[in-house]
Design a protein around this ligand. Structure first.
Ligand code: OAD
Length: 280
């Protein structure tokens, strides 16, 4: 398996594994790149098909929902359809295995994600979601949770009133039926943090504490463009942690000590395999 990596990368993975086994407290931040090899487009990938005329950054906002709730709701319903059959890739599995292994070896591995999919959970990781959950809904007015779509498994059932061609993601249109809150009548929205909104305070507290107290911070598959999540690496660095980045592309993160330039689904299994050998 190591043959998949260049000799330089193998050396870097081995160096990283040695560093990691010598530490107790590790914080991992994941972004859309960790789910890319599961077939979920990253946030800043150009949208395709029906939605190619829109930018994700322009739809994931309160202003967009206030202006055209049906458009924004339809986009999320399309996204749910796209994600509903996706499964964890080797990066999710390696992180879950490491987290379980770490518990037995007196290591603490805190996983924080910006992703709204549930692929870390599907792989059996314990994870803190900073940007909410794709499969949860709440009222846009009174915030009451709404159980219309609760998880990926139930999505097809919930949408089964459409005709049979609706299995294709392109079958979704701009006119998905809006739902109303049973309590106040407000429109139901996805329980996702939009641009300009605050992060859930408990999740942020967990992430900030983990970053401030870790000895190594690993940033996986994120463009490091969106704050406050992108600031976690700086918090970790200021508190003396080493910073590792796993990303095939450059990012503006300037506090990185080790960069593993490759896809997470290739690097993470190799890294975990080295760690488990060194820890055993
Ligand atoms: P982005 O779409 O901004 O960045 C994805 C990153 O993943 C890029 O840096 C890619 O180079 C990298 N990448 C792509 N494929 C990869 C792979 N196989 N392995 C590793 N890395 C890979 O996504 P995020 O950084 O997650 O928030 O975006 C952060 C936030 O921006 C999102 O959570 C979203 C958006 O605002 C909200 O919706 C609130």
């Amino acid at each position: 398996m190591l043959a998949e990596l260049s000799s330089e990368l193998i050396v870097e993975v081995q160096r990283t594994a040695k560093l990691l086994v010598a530490k107790q407290r590790i914080c991992v931040l994941t972004g859309a790149g960790v789910s890319a090899e599961s077939g979920i487009p990253t946030f800043r990938d150009k949208q395709t098909g029906l939605w190619s005329q829109y930018r994700a950054e322009d739809l994931a906002t309160c202003t967009a929902f206030a202006r055209d709730p049906q458009l924004v709701w339809s986009w999320y319903q399309w996204g749910r359809q796209l994600v509903s059959d996706k499964t964890p890739n080797p990066a999710h599995h390696a992180l879950a295995q490491w987290q379980q292994h770490a518990g037995l070896k007196n290591q603490q591995l805190t996983i924080v994600t910006q992703n709204v999919d549930d692929l870390h959970e599907q792989a059996d990781s314990t994870v803190t979601h900073l940007h909410g959950h794709l499969w949860r809904n709440r009222c846009s007015q009174c915030d009451m949770p709404h159980n219309g779509v609760s998880n990926s498994k139930s999505f097809n059932r919930v949408t089964s009133n459409r005709n049979s061609s609706d299995n294709s993601s392109t079958a979704h249109n701009y006119n998905e039926k809006l739902l109303n809150c049973t309590d106040c009548g407000g429109y139901i929205r996805p329980d996702i943090v939009w641009f300009g909104e605050s992060l859930p305070s408990e999740a942020w507290q967990t992430a900030e504490n983990a970053a401030a107290n870790c000895e190594v911070f690993i940033s996986i598959g994120t463009s490091s463009l969106v704050y406050p999540a992108a600031g976690l690496a700086q918090i970790a660095k200021q508190n003396g942690a080493k910073i590792i980045e796993i990303n095939p592309n450059p990012t503006p993160n300037t506090v990185v000590d080790i960069t593993l330039v490759a896809n997470a689904g290739v690097v993470m299994p190799q890294l975990f395999s080295q760690i488990s050998v060194l820890l055993s």
